[in-house]
Design a protein around this ligand. Structure first.
Ligand code: DCT
Ligand code: MG
Length: 598
């Protein structure tokens, strides 16, 4: 690059990341100092001024395939421009002003070559492997902000908009390479024009203005804040905003609700919005296992949801329970809850009875979008996890393999706690999770795990859920609809009034000095004949389920739910004896749980 300033000097200010008014001010300031600024880039330009930090971004913005095109140009930061303005004249370009070209050009040229790599992907998310960690996060994160915004707005077309952003984001997650040109997407049908524009803007400018504006939007922040509260959906959150509230404290002070979830959700808001970590999920799993063994010999419990897909944290712990003898699970859930309660581990919750009939399998109607996820008997509640466990260290120190057997992607989670017979020991030096579980009133002295989940073996562990609600909302509605219908009179955690075992008001309990943290837990009871479909559905992701259901209907003329698969053509259900068989029945390549992160 030439270090000499060419005569006549001509400055081009790249407008990316510079607001219109600021750009205008910069141009006026330059004009006052008789420094020439041009509105269009051309070969006469001697200085490109930019807010970008990377040389490559400038190349991309200027649509230049390789860096040699800028060899005779000074590519400088706005700091150089500011120094000129301060000095009242052009100052020489110093190293600190210049954007570095270190790995850039080579990389850039490689990227250009990689534009030949255009993606050909299967149409449905359930046909592809979608890992948790992938190569296109900057685009998927932006698209997910747009999805969330549309979800929260709940306007006429917002549902389909949200879905379109989610589909686009899922495609990008499946790409085996980091996107470097929009051309690479030309074969893909699942990415709409709006999403493509977003991707293109990020490719060129490093960010998307629409997304940046949403992230700065106070309404968006308030909606996110309020809808994070257990029991609060977008419509209630909008009412809070209409009242002029913008903080949790205002809601806690001003909102009186008869809904048990909202009462507990508000009182324990800080606990319940703090992500549950994998080692806490392990603790809860062990606790449930231990009590389950006391009440139903031979029962199988599996952690499903995000943890089974390999996530390191989640908003709750979803545990699916079955027994190899079909009817044995009947009546087991209230007993399990009694046992958990007697060990003082339950804060609050609600039992929901099974509403399954065979006709659910084939009925060619959707569960109402504001209705049920499925028809299983389940408990939706909050469990106490000792703070000692919570604070006992992260995933690197504790084996969490039991949650995702066979999971490899994050390294050190394997074989550092499971002994050969499947007994789990924590490797944490300070806290032994199994011991902590024992302290919580369980009588058995060892915890044995069924090693389930990997490779589609005959393992225990879903659900097909209708689309547009968050699980919390859907779960809530089911519970509401069952008000008074479950005989749980002796079960405090199943109280119709939603009070917890302690009988103290939630707010009082939350304010007390306590050595535990509140965690959301779902316990789902699946009969063995439906178990593997339940396992797939409750493992998710939500988008994986949506795609699998749509795919089944459109491509196979079959109805997929968490209760089973129904073949309309043959007029009968298709049983499955393993997770792999569910995929086989759907004529899908088998994907491990951690490849279902659509
Ligand atoms: N699910 C679904 N449709 C929904 C909600 C949930 O199919 N509308 C399925 C997929 C995941 C499973 O139920 C458990 O639900 P969540 O706990 O809400 O999801 P998650 O993936 O476990 O997320 P998190 O890690 O935050 O708990
Ligand atoms: Mg979950």
């Amino acid at each position: 690059m030439s270090t000499k300033t060419k005569i006549p000097l001509l400055v081009y200010i790249l407008d990316a990341k510079i607001q219109k008014q600021r750009l205008k001010d910069m141009k006026n300031a330059a004009a006052k100092r008789k420094i020439s600024v041009t509105d269009t880039f051309s070969t006469s330009v001697t200085h490109v001024v930019t807010e970008f930090k990377e040389y490559d971004q400038v190349l991309r913005k200027l649509n230049m395939a390789d860096s040699s095109s800028l060899d005779d140009v000074n590519v400088v930061s706005v700091q150089w421009f500011a120094d000129c303005m301060r000095a009242g004249t052009v100052v020489s370009v110093e190293q600190k002003h210049r954007l570095q070209r270190t790995s850039n050009s080579a990389q850039r040229n490689e990227e250009v070559d990689s534009t030949n790599q255009s993606a050909v992907l299967a149409e449905y998310g359930c046909q592809r492997a979608t890992p948790l960690r992938h190569l296109n996060e900057k685009y998927t994160k932006a698209l997910e902000v747009l999805e969330k915004f549309a979800d929260l707005r709940e306007g006429d077309h917002d549902y389909s908009r949200a879905l379109a952003f989610r589909r686009a984001s899922c495609v990008l997650k499946s790409l085996p390479f980091a996107l470097s040109s929009i051309q690479q997407l030309h074969n893909i049908t699942n990415i709409g024009d709006h999403s493509k524009r977003v991707v293109q803007e990020i490719l060129e400018d490093g960010e998307c203005l629409e997304v940046e504006n949403i992230l700065k939007d106070p309404w968006f922040h308030k909606m996110k804040l309020f809808t994070e509260i257990f029991g609060i959906g977008p419509s209630t959150a909008k009412q809070f905003i209409a009242k002029g509230w913008s903080s949790i404290e205002e809601v806690q002070k001003g909102h009186k609700s008869a809904d048990w979830r909202v009462q507990w959700g508000l009182a324990f808001r800080d606990d319940l919005t703090t992500p549950v970590l994998r080692h806490e999920a392990c603790f809860i799993y062990e606790l449930v296992q231990k009590h389950l063994r006391k009440v139903l010999h031979g029962a199988i419990a599996t952690v499903t949801g995000g943890f089974r897909r390999g996530k390191t944290s989640g908003h709750d712990v979803d545990i699916l329970i079955t027994h190899p003898t079909e009817d044995k699970i009947v009546g087991a859930l209230p007993k399990l809850l009694h046992s958990l309660e007697s060990a003082d581990t339950v804060l609050c919750g609600r039992l929901e009875r099974s509403t399954y009939t065979d006709d659910v399998l084939a009925r060619n109607t959707k569960l109402s979008s504001r209705g049920q996820l499925d028809h299983f008997e389940k408990w939706i509640g909050v469990i106490k996890v000792p703070k000692k466990v919570r604070n006992s260290g992260g995933e690197s120190e504790i084996n969490t393999d039991i949650l995702t057997p066979g999971l490899q992607p994050f390294g050190n989670q394997l074989n550092n706690g499971n002994t050969d017979n499947g007994t789990y020991r924590s490797h944490n030096e300070n806290v032994d999770i199994s011991k902590e579980v024992k302290k919580m009133g369980a009588s058995s002295t060892e915890v044995i795990y069924s090693r389930n989940g990997a490779s589609g073996n005959k393992e225990p562990n879903v659900l097909a859920v209708e689309d547009d609600d968050t699980l919390e909302e859907v779960k809530n509605e089911v519970v509401d609809s069952l008000e008074g219908s479950v005989d749980v009179s002796e079960l405090k955690s199943g109280h119709i009034k939603g009070t917890g075992p302690s009988d103290k008001p939630p707010v009082e309990l939350a304010a007390e000095e306590r050595d535990w943290i509140a965690r959301r837990v779902d316990l789902i009871m699946a009969p063995f004949s439906q178990y593997y479909y339940a396992l797939v559905g409750w493992t998710g992701s939500k988008q994986f389920n949506r795609d699998a259901r749509t795919y089944s209907e459109r491509k196979l003329n079959m109805k997929l739910t968490s209760h089973g698969l129904y073949d309309y053509t043959l007029g009968k259900k298709v049983p499955a004896g393993s997770e792999k068989e569910v995929f086989d029945n759907l004529k899908l390549p088998y994907h491990e749980p951690w490849e279902r992160n659509c």
